[in-house]
Design a protein around this ligand. Structure first.
Ligand SMILES: Cc1ncc(COP(=O)(O)O)c(C=O)c1O
Length: 389
């Protein structure tokens, strides 16, 4: 089936955080939302069909996860990521961020240090700080328009109270797919210092042609035994509202500790629609995903061209993956608050402002390009016109 990603779908009055919260969040309902990471596209038809059939049944009682839930997940990791996992390693959680909170609570103690690599997905900071742990920032290095990990800085900052690293792989917001040798070097440092690697791989399916995602845990048995991998069909298939994610934990001891932490919090019951959607997506969603990736690449090319022609002072950080594009606006010479004000209040378009990803994000902004091209063009037009003013 041929999907039409150009179709414009009105999301207003669907309780959409992205669209229906605009006035609440930004104080002006005319603002075009291009911030939070969901897509303005319909999910794959087999997912819609499966959900309709399930909805038509009319009874939405307590729901279990059948064998096919686990088999579909194992099959996906094998086919799309060449990663052989076992059914037992898969632990359901109702979202990745809730899982990160429990991981932090359960595998570190108050006062312990946790490494992150800023600029990075801002809830990483919140789960650490709200749980009374300390952030150790190992900032990424920007060199000639591309971000790299800084291993020297990392080793300098490690001390015995560093217990965990939360890795964004592929990285939100800078769009890097970490190469196998980078992950290997990182993993070896972490293993040497007994630092648990929590690899958030939620964007792992959204990789542009020419790049290959490497699951951290797939690199070696040692890495597998020393890590928790966060996965979900939510970013890939636009299912974030169904709150269905899976932690992959090969190490039995870590798995049992995590499972106990979930049980102690009475977390584990499944969303009826989440189960149905995951199975349909992982079993029948590949055709849609392959077309989506082509469309997103088209959007990325469009954005590159548009910015080059209209606002060449803004530099696009070319992503290897994700539909989130990190724009370097430092040449515009505005401080972080001014940039936000100009884009949002005057330009009437909402991006995710760079500074919320950490100090290193000041002067940058993050645009979500997972929308019909016409809408992307409208967003870019607002952005460029206000800057030209
Ligand atoms: C790196 C990363 N992790 C987690 C999430 C959210 O996960 P969830 O909705 O499952 O809590 C996002 C959403 O943007 C993300 O970018």
């Amino acid at each position: 089936m041929k999907y039409n990603f150009d179709e414009s779908i009105n999301r207003l009055q669907t309780n959409s955080v992205k669209w229906d919260e605009v006035e609440n969040l930004f104080g002006d309902k005319e603002i075009l939302p291009m911030w939070v990471a969901d897509m303005d596209f319909k999910s794959p038809q087999p997912v819609i069909d499966a959900l309709k059939e399930r909805a038509d049944h009319g009874i939405y009682g307590y729901t279990t996860r059948p064998d096919s839930y686990y088999e579909a997940t194992v099959g996906w990791m094998q086919r799309r990521h060449n990663w052989t996992i076992e059914k037992d390693w898969i632990i359901f959680t109702p979202g990745v961020v809730p899982a990160l909170g429990i991981i932090v609570q359960n595998f570190t103690n108050p006062g312990d240090k946790i490494i992150i690599q800023q600029p990075v997905y801002y809830p990483f900071m919140s789960v650490i700080e709200k749980n009374g742990r300390e952030i150790v920032n190992n900032p990424l290095r920007l060199e000639n328009g591309r971000y790299y990990m800084d291993f020297e800085d990392l080793e300098k900052k490690i001390d015995p109270s560093v217990k965990m690293i939360i890795l964004s792989n592929p990285h939100n917001p800078v769009g890097r797919v970490w190469a196998k040798d980078e992950l290997t070097r990182l993993g070896e440092i972490c293993l040497k210092h007994n630092i648990l690697v929590v690899s958030d791989e939620i964007h792992f399916d959204l990789v542009y042609e020419g790049n290959v995602h490497t699951p951290f845990a797939s690199i070696s048995e040692e890495f597998a035994g020393h890590s928790i991998t966060c996965t979900a069909p939510s970013k890939t298939f636009n299912l974030a509202g169904l709150q269905t994610s899976n932690m992959i934990i090969p190490n039995q001891d870590l798995r049992e500790r995590f499972t106990k932490a979930l049980e102690d919090r009475f977390i584990g019951m499944t969303n009826t629609f989440g189960v149905t959607a995951l199975i349909a997506a992982y079993e029948k969603g590949e055709e849609w995903l392959d077309q989506l990736l082509v469309y997103l690449k088209g959007n990325l090319d469009f954005l590159n061209e548009y910015i080059k022609s209209n606002i060449p002072e803004v530099k696009v950080i070319e992503p290897d993956a994700t539909y989130l594009v990190w724009l370097d606006c430092r040449e515009l010479g505005m401080d972080a608050k001014k940039l936000e004000e100009v884009i949002q209040k005057q330009g009437k378009v909402a991006f995710d402002e760079g500074y919320i990803f950490g100090k290193e994000g000041e002067g940058f902004t993050r645009i979500n390009i997972a929308c019909p091209r016409a809408l992307l063009e409208e967003g870019l037009k607002r952005f460029s016109q206000v800057l030209k003013k």
